[in-house]
Design a protein around this ligand. Structure first.
Ligand code: 1CP
Length: 354
């Protein structure tokens, strides 16, 4: 195991830990990949899955947005389905579609066949993390995993889905089967994060991108206990832990409960539908907030993007006045593939100047 870096000057780590950063820290979900021409050039020669299991490519793609944009944190290049594939589930990431599962998991028998994730199955990820923490200098590295619910939605549906019908039907109609699936996925999520933490990542983020499809009551009954176990287990590392989802205005309190109270700094990611100052009132006191520029704003031209970015920084200050422990500037969801990378670079410079 590597000794963890201190990085006392990192604005990202300071804000996430509830200390005063030297400037408003900024990074972007999906900053690696998607919009960058240098990423597309590498991907033209490798499939997504080849890239995710090649330590050199993981390292290079993670570093690309750092070189270009001067963001305050790197996010490991990987995907939420990488640990599922590594543990033996037959799936692929199809261009312009996303994860596609060859044999969707829909019965207790399917769940019984799932295998735990073994460390050596993601050895290239650990190797890339170790290289990255030495190459990144003062820039912290964020590791990540999918939350059990969002992973379950891909496995049960067989791919991306609008309404998550089969997933919710299993959850509501066969609660025992559902909890068995969530228990197995919780183990996978914990194992994948533990590998990254042991290899030296400076923070982690758990993506429950599609949890916003649930009511608060269903989230509490069917999801919260499992996600809480992920954070409770990983907290021993002491690194900041971010919990993010889309359309989660009504879930922000419960999502912050999952990440808080375990002895490690907690951050909640907020999408663009909820103001940061409203979010501050919904989360557990002592939680920092991350977000929440609408990704589409970056497609509307630089003047519009700059105006909206200033508004997010102002809202972040109000959120801190309202009790949030800190603010990390980000989008409310990931960078869209059509985004002009120059606009991203300009927004980073603007946020740093404010
Ligand atoms: O900055 C980065 O790109 C970091 C690496 C990263 C991360 C954090 C990738 C690479 N994927 C993710 C997380 C991820 N993957 C999430 C959670 C975050 C989010 O909501 O955006 C989800 C839901 C996925 C699943 C996934 N993988 C999708 C979404 C499909 C859907 O349901 O709408 C897609 C399109 C992918 C493919 C993918 N993952 C990552 C990249 C760069 C790509 C595009 C692959 C390509 O080059 O063709």
């Amino acid at each position: 195991m590597n000794t963890r870096r201190e990085l006392p000057d990192s604005a990202y780590l300071a804000a996430a830990r509830g200390r005063k950063p030297g400037r408003v820290p900024v990074w972007f979900m999906r900053q690696a990949g998607r919009s960058l021409p240098e990423y597309r050039a590498l991907r033209a020669k490798n499939t997504m899955m080849q890239a995710c299991f090649d330590a050199e490519l993981i390292t290079e793609i993670t570093l690309q947005p750092i070189r270009r944009h001067g963001v305050d944190a790197a996010i490991l290049f990987s995907d939420i389905v990488v640990p599922l594939r590594a543990s033996g589930i037959d799936l692929d990431i199809v261009p312009d579609v996303g994860p596609v599962i060859e044999h969707p998991i829909r019965t207790a028998a399917d769940i019984a066949e799932m295998r735990p994730l073994e460390r050596e199955q993601v050895a290239p990820v650990a190797q890339a993390v170790a290289t990255l923490v030495s190459e990144l200098g003062d820039v912290p590295l964020i590791g990540f995993a999918g939350a059990p619910f969002t992973l379950a939605s891909y496995l049960v549906e067989g791919g991306p889905s609008r309404n998550h019908e089969r997933t919710k039907a299993m959850m509501l109609g066969e609660p025992e089967t559902w909890h068995a699936l969530m228990t197995a996925l919780t183990e996978v999520t914990i194992a994948f994060l533990q590998v990254q933490v042991d290899a030296g990542v400076d923070a982690i983020q758990v993506f429950d991108s599609w949890a916003g499809t649930l009511s608060l009551a269903d989230y509490r009954s069917y999801v919260l206990p499992h996600s809480t176990r992920v954070f409770a287990t990983l907290a021993a590392a002491g690194v900041p832990m971010t919990h993010f989802g889309v359309g989660t205005a009504e879930l922000l309190g419960a999502m912050s409960e999952a990440a808080s109270g375990h002895g490690a700094p907690a951050v909640v990611g907020v999408d663009w539908r909820t103001s940061l100052s409203d979010a501050a009132a919904r989360v557990v006191p002592g939680t920092a907030l991350q977000g929440n520029l609408d990704p589409v704003v970056l497609l509307a031209g630089l003047p519009v993007a700059e105006r909206a970015a200033r508004a997010v920084v102002d809202d972040g200050r109000r959120a801190i006045d309202a009790g949030a422990a800190g603010h990390v500037f980000n989008l409310g969801h990931g960078v869209l593939p059509a985004t002009d990378p120059e606009v991203i670079t300009e927004v980073v410079a603007l946020v740093h100047s404010l």
